[in-house]
Design a protein. Structure first.
Lengths: 208, 178
């Protein structure tokens, strides 16, 4: 990116400027810097295999397997929790259809659909995307999901934390009514007790 | 459905196998994977038994993906995770182990022993172009998502149920529609 050619003073000034930006300005800034926004806009060439009003699907230039597709929102979001509900539902319906297209069109026997939110989850780009990866037997891909039995006390504490956090969300966005446990207050919900701010997670990506 | 009785996930849903429930509504259930990759690993499943994603109706995909996103946000907020993965395996070569469609949501931290990375494969120009064409041929049909539940047939009045032959005929007519 352009930042690499800046002098230390210029870089510092830029960092200072970014810190003072409003969320809207920051989003606009990220968008200008984002290679995937330029792909969406057609300013950078790509091999598009599907497009509608909300999403674009392109062939990954560094594919895990032949036919690996990156499904991008046209709007710039860093991570999935920032997406509005209708876009979440839509992009997964398209991911399902792309998976079907692969099973029918390119002789594969399976697919993986993967989202990485945050650097720790393996996210490399600063633009939210869904990976749809065609799979065959012995194709050399080895995803490692270890199995670690949880202690009963841990199951309760982790489970209850998640339930409480979801009840907070559900009150605003989930359609079905929550059950008997008391609702957390609204201003507690956004941050959570030990929670990490989602903006920080997405900013970390911007810094890379 | 024969498969339903023996399906592990269906048994979790009907409570014959105990689980730690995280979320439940009319269509969707999410439970903690007590033998998961990391503490907080959840799986989200439709209550109806569908073996692979292709069989899951669009409207249910919408509900499941929304629930997964809410759970991912809840993981960030309440478990202090540095990241989350949404992971779906369709078919045995993709790592699917239970014949009931499931979405995994996995809290992530640096060096947590989970690896969903891959080595890029090199393809030549001809291979890429062939795949592009084949996929485009298929994706032409994408669209017309059923974002709402299919309405039950409103025009057949309850007092006069269609007999089987009429129903056959009705279905045949429907199939002729573009």
């Amino acid at each position: 990116m352009a930042e690499q050619n800046l002098s230390p003073e210029q870089l510092k000034a830029l960092q200072e400027k970014i810190k003072q930006m409003s969320p809207e300005e920051l989003k606009e800034f990220q968008k200008k810097q984002c290679i995937f926004c330029q792909i969406v806009a057609g300013k950078i060439q790509s091999r598009k295999v599907y497009e509608d009003d909300k999403v674009v699907a392109i062939l990954d230039i560094n594919p895990a397997n032949p036919g690996h597709v990156l499904l991008l929102t046209k709007e710039h979001y860093s991570i999935m929790p920032q997406l509005p509900d209708d876009e979440v539902a839509h992009i997964f319906m398209v991911a399902k259809s792309l998976s079907n297209s692969m099973l029918r069109g390119i002789e594969v026997q399976g697919t993986n659909i993967i989202v990485a939110n945050g650097v720790a989850a393996g996210q490399r780009a600063q633009h939210f995307m869904v990976h749809v990866i065609p799979r065959k037997e012995k194709d050399g891909i080895e995803f490692v999901l270890p199995q670690n039995p949880m202690q009963q006390s841990e199951i309760e504490s982790v489970g209850n934390k998640l339930v409480a956090a979801l009840r907070g969300e559900k009150e605003q966005e989930m359609p079905s009514p929550p059950s008997k446990v008391p609702e957390p207050k609204k201003d507690e919900q956004k941050k959570g007790s030990s929670g990490i701010n989602l903006d920080d997670i997405s900013k970390m990506l911007g810094d890379r | 459905m024969a498969a339903k009785n023996t399906c592990l996930v269906c048994q979790i849903i009907d409570n014959s196998i105990p689980s730690k429930k995280i979320y439940e509504d009319e269509f969707v259930m999410a439970v903690l994977d007590v033998n998961g990759a990391v503490p907080g690993h959840c799986f989200i499943m439709p209550k109806k038994h569908y073996p692979i994603i292709e069989q899951v109706p669009d409207v249910e995909i919408g509900r499941l993906s929304l629930a997964s996103n809410k759970i991912s946000s809840a993981i960030f907020e309440s478990l202090g995770a540095q990241g989350t993965n949404i992971f779906i395996a369709n078919g045995i070569p993709a790592g699917q182990t239970v014949a009931h469609f499931t979405i995994n949501v996995i809290p992530r931290r640096e060096n947590d022993g989970v690896n969903l990375q891959w080595q890029p494969k090199q393809l030549n120009e001809e291979e890429i172009s062939t795949i592009e064409l084949k996929l485009k041929e298929q994706t032409k049909n994408i669209g017309h998502f059923e974002k709402e539940e299919k309405k039950p047939r409103a025009h057949a009045p309850k007092t006069m149920p269609l007999d089987e032959e009429e129903e056959e005929h009705f279905a045949a007519q429907m199939r002729r529609l573009p």
